[in-house]
Design a protein around this ligand. Structure first.
Ligand code: MEV
Length: 419
């Protein structure tokens, strides 16, 4: 792909932007048609129950991303103003340092099988482990395709967990899900194993379901933000101070991680993946130590530049779910040009880092409100009934006056209509 640095992209009208992306990513006419047509009610009716319509969210492109040496245009679906601009801005500032460098643990998920009512839970644990090969084969027989592509059960772990209602023996199936998010695959396997676990342990199985704490499916990204690119050594220090609070204070960590998820969730959504699964994974992983902490870290390297890193579970797929069904999601995947779910997960982590960096930079310098204001002003102008060019004019006036309200926009519409 050509450079994802596209100066003035934000000033183009949507059709022109789409043309740029079409040329840049080699989208076909059909892809573009799918993107513009969006999700039809008929299709929606096959996706969920009791459909009466579809709910649309803006889809934008974050520019400037280099991830593992590849120039990328990133589709983001979000209702929040400033998110896409901030991600693009964060990615621009990472370019001088080479962009984002990623790694991952691979697409490994866990399913839990909860056996209860066992008098000798530690002995039961050993019995289950002694049947590891048999259980692995039983589970893999449920998904020969997954096994054919190199996935399937990789290990079985068993935990004795003491609870309010007595000890439980909880078996974890550790499954390589390849390009699937994996919920269907691992849930089917867990359900299939439950009767055998009951026989082996003499206990009663209740839960047999995926764990969204996908701590074996971690994606990592790193970026070096050159001090002179981001506003100098004071900004480097400011970001480190801001990030340090999120490492030790859950009140700040929640907002810090919310900012990460502004970026991550928007890509998860745009690619038709399960936003709640990724959110649950991120937040549970953030509290795995017993205290809720931030998912990113910032340090100053020997050169005085800022080094940002992120590590988080990102359980997304390219097969199954809405990704292969939703016409816009299908096009979003093509825009990214990803070949595996693992690659997509590493892109999502990079966007999370870019988003977080951009928020911290704004917070550590001018604050975020100035950036937010111009889009907020446009929304308010539209609410007040402004149309076409008037939206921009009124928004600019209100932002300059720092008086952004529907009342003021209404006054301005009247004033400008007269003139
Ligand atoms: C707003 O949606 C996200 C921020 O609050 C994140 C942060 O404070 O780091 C700006």
């Amino acid at each position: 792909m050509e450079s994802s640095r596209i100066p003035g992209f934000y000033k183009l009208p949507p059709e022109e932007r789409l043309k740029v992306i079409e040329e840049m990513t080699g989208l076909s006419g059909d892809d573009v048609a799918q993107l513009t047509a969006g999700l039809g009610v008929e299709q929606a009716d096959r996706m969920v129950e009791n459909v009466i319509g579809t709910f649309q969210v803006p889809l934008g492109i974050a520019t400037n991303f280099i991830i593992d040496g590849r120039e990328l245009a990133i589709p983001m679906a979000t209702e929040e103003p400033s998110v896409i601009a901030a991600a693009s801005n964060g990615a621009r500032m990472a370019r001088e340092g080479g962009g984002f460098v990623t790694s991952s643990t691979g697409p490994i998920m866990r399913a839990q099988i909860q056996a209860t009512g066992i008098a000798d839970p530690f002995a039961a644990r050993q019995e289950i482990l002694a049947h590891k090969d048999e259980l692995t084969k039983m589970a893999n027989d449920k998904d020969p395709m997954l096994v054919k592509f190199g996935g399937g059960v990789k290990d079985i772990e068993v935990y004795v967990i003491d609870s309010r209602v007595g000890p439980m023996v909880v078996t974890h199936l550790i499954v390589d899900c390849r390009d699937a998010m994996g919920a269907n695959a691992v849930n089917t396997m867990a359900e299939a194993l439950a009767p055998r676990i009951e026989q082996i342990t003499g206990g009663r199985v209740y839960l047999r379901i995926i764990s969204n704490l996908a701590d074996l499916r971690l994606s990592r990204a790193k970026a070096v933000f050159k001090a002179e690119e981001i506003g100098g050594p004071e900004v480097v220090d400011g970001i480190i101070q801001a990030a340090a609070l999120a490492e030790v204070d859950p009140y700040r960590a929640a907002t810090h991680n919310k900012g990460i998820m502004n970026g991550a969730t928007a890509v998860v959504m745009a690619t038709g993946n399960d936003t709640r699964a990724v959110e649950a994974g991120a937040h549970s992983f953030a509290s795995k130590s017993g205290m809720y902490k931030s998912l990113t870290r910032y340090e100053k390297n020997k050169e005085g530049d800022l080094v940002g890193t992120i590590e988080m579970p990102v359980a997304v797929g390219l097969v199954g779910g809405a990704t292969r069904v939703h016409p816009v999601a299908k096009t979003a995947v093509k825009i990214l040009g990803v070949k595996s779910a693992d690659e997509l997960s590493r892109i999502i982590a990079s966007v999370g880092l870019a988003q977080n960096f951009a928020a911290l930079r704004a917070l550590a310098s001018e604050g975020i409100q100035r950036g937010h204001m111009s889009l907020h002003a446009k929304n308010v102008a539209v609410q007040a009934g402004a149309k076409c060019d008037l939206v921009e004019i009124i928004a600019a006036r209100m932002a300059a006056e720092r008086r952004i309200s529907v009342d003021r926009a209404t006054e301005l519409i009247k004033e400008l209509d007269k003139s």
